[in-house]
Write a protein that binds this ligand. Structure first.
Ligand code: URA
Length: 198
């Protein structure tokens, strides 16, 4: 019902140019919720999060960290694709601004309440700052186990962890393999923590 309600969201202007709302998707009993920035071009067309190149890299990194992607719930802070057009047809991703993030945040909070994940992994600065505030720096605190801000009221507080966005690995010109292995290392810490609590 949340996804259905979000499909009609007019909380900011991004719905005007996007094809559709891309709500979160995944296992309803998932213990891990992965939060990205916003749907990309492929996601906007297919209506599902992380089905494009960044999603494929994320799936590989999860597998390498011994996390079954089928057992995760994947979503984004912003549920509509924001883009500019280049050369008539090509759609180029644009970072959502603070007011778009703030307008969309209640959907993410509602997803957290509905799913009650034990761990939330924030992928990239937009996701991390949406929940942890603008002063949070992924470069300084990636891979650490953090907790959800007190104002997000849930029964059993999930652990929070932030790492880079998989797109940043795809964009890395030098040391892409190193950037990939660091992402896997951050996800492996999340995996180890789950095992410790099992
Ligand atoms: N990037 C994101 O942040 N989310 C997606 O769903 C796809 C690409």
């Amino acid at each position: 019902s949340l996804a259905e309600a979000a499909s009609r969201c007019r909380g900011c202007a991004l719905y005007e140019d996007a094809s559709q709302t891309v709500f979160g998707h995944g296992h309803p009993d998932a213990s891990i919720m992965l939060v990205g920035e916003q749907p990309g071009d492929r996601e906007d067309v297919e209506g599902l999060p992380f089905v494009g190149p960044a999603g494929r890299l994320l799936a590989r990194a999860l597998g390498d960290a011994d996390i079954d992607p089928e057992w995760t719930y994947q979503t984004n802070v912003v549920k509509h694709f924001k883009f500019t057009r280049k050369g008539g047809t090509r759609r180029i991703h644009q970072k959502p601004n603070r007011s778009e993030v703030v307008a969309c945040r209640p959907w993410l909070i509602a997803e957290i309440h509905a799913l009650q994940p034990t761990t939330i992994v924030l992928l990239g600065a937009t996701a991390a700052q949406a929940l942890l505030g603008n002063t949070f720096r992924v470069s300084e605190s990636r891979g650490e186990l953090l907790s959800l801000p007190i104002e997000i009221d849930v029964d059993a507080a999930p652990l929070l962890s932030a790492t880079v966005h998989p797109s940043s690995v795809l964009r890395a010109r030098v040391d892409r393999e190193k950037a990939y292995q660091q992402l896997v290392a951050d996800l492996s810490k999340v995996r180890a923590n789950l095992t410790n609590r099992e």
